[in-house]
Design a protein around this ligand. Structure first.
Ligand SMILES: [Zn+2]
Length: 265
C-alpha cells in the first residue's frame, strides 16, 4: 500500500506539472468527510487539514463560498484561477470540534451538508464503524458564523439512485424543511447522498427551489457547467502531502483516472 502511494504521488507530481498548461479559469470544489485522528481512508487528520488550509493561504488560493461560486456560474462570469470552495459532508462531530476552529482561524467560508435524520447520533464511516455526528445546538452555533453555511444531504443518507424517485423527493423536501425551520434560513444547495444522482434527481432538486446541487463526480468546475450537478474532488487520507493535495486543486485527478482507465477514452 505504501509503495502504491509513493508511485501515485510520483505520477501526481508529473500530472501537477502538466496541469499548469491546461485551462485555469476553473474552481476546485473540495469534498471532505470526517477530520479526525483515525486511519479511515476518507478521514483526514486535523493537523493535515490545517496544513492544507495553510497551503491554500500561503499559495494565494481564493477560497470562496459555494454560494458565491454558484452566483458566478449563474451570471456566466469567468471563474478566477486558483478558486477553491470547501465542502464537508455527513455532519460529523469533528466538523464542529476540529474544522470550525480552523476555518475561523483562516477566515475560510465553507458549506456543510448534513443528513437531518442522523443529527445528534452517529453515522458509519467508510469502514463501517460508527462515528458521532453533530447535535442541532452545535449546527446552530456554526450556522450563526458568517463563514458557515449548512445545507441538506437527505434525511437517512440513502443513495437516491437506488430508491424510488418519490422517496428521494420526500427526503429532499424533509431535509430542506427541517434545516430551514431549525436554522431560520433558506437552503440553496443540495448534496446527493453517496453521490447517487441523475438528470431526474437534478430536476427534482431544481423544482424544489434549490439554486445548485453537488455530486461526487471528480473534476474542476467551470462557467457553463450544469449547476445542479457540480463536480467535487474528494480529499482523503492519501492527501497527506502537498503533491496529492495539489492534485485535487487542478486537473491531475481527472488526468490520472483517464490514464488508469483506458476504456474511458
Ligand atoms: Zn454523505
Amino acid at each position: 500500500m505504501a509503495f502504491k502511494d509513493t508511485v501515485k504521488t510520483a505520477i501526481f507530481f508529473c500530472l501537477n506539472a502538466i496541469s499548469t498548461f491546461l485551462p485555469r479559469h476553473r474552481s476546485a470544489v473540495l469534498l471532505y468527510h470526517s477530520i479526525d485522528d483515525n486511519d479511515v481512508y476518507l478521514t483526514v487528520k486535523p493537523e493535515i487539514f490545517e496544513k492544507q488550509a495553510q497551503y491554500l493561504k500561503e499559495n494565494d488560493y481564493r477560497v470562496i463560498s459555494l454560494k458565491e461560486l454558484a452566483g458566478i456560474i449563474r451570471t456566466k462570469k469567468e471563474i478566477q484561477p486558483k478558486t477553491v470552495v470547501l465542502t464537508f459532508d455527513d455532519g460529523f462531530l469533528s466538523h464542529y470540534e476540529k474544522v470550525f476552529p480552523i476555518l475561523k482561524k483562516y477566515n475560510f467560508p465553507a458549506t456543510f451538508f448534513v443528513s437531518t435524520g442522523l443529527v445528534g447520533g452517529s453515522m458509519n464511516n467508510s469502514q463501517g464503524l460508527p462515528q458521532s455526528t453533530m447535535t442541532w445546538e452545535q449546527i446552530k452555533e456554526m450556522s450563526q458564523s458568517p463563514l458557515i453555511d449548512i445545507e441538506p444531504h437527505g434525511v437517512s443518507h440513502k443513495d437516491f439512485s437506488k430508491i424510488p424517485l418519490l422517496e428521494a423527493e420526500r427526503e429532499i423536501i424533509e431535509s430542506k424543511n427541517e434545516i430551514e425551520q431549525r436554522l431560520n434560513k433558506k437552503c440553496f444547495s443540495f448534496a446527493f447522498p453517496r453521490g447517487g444522482c441523475n438528470q431526474d434527481l437534478a430536476g427534482l432538486v431544481k423544482r424544489r427551489g434549490f439554486e445548485t446541487a453537488v455530486t461526487i463526480k471528480k473534476g474542476l468546475v467551470k462557467t457553463g457547467d450544469d449547476i445542479f450537478m457540480l463536480k467535487r474532488n474528494t480529499v482523503d487520507s492519501s492527501c497527506d502531502n502537498n503533491i496529492q493535495f495539489l492534485a485535487r486543486l487542478n486537473w491531475s485527478v481527472v488526468l490520472f483516472d483517464r490514464l488508469t482507465s483506458p476504456l474511458k477514452f
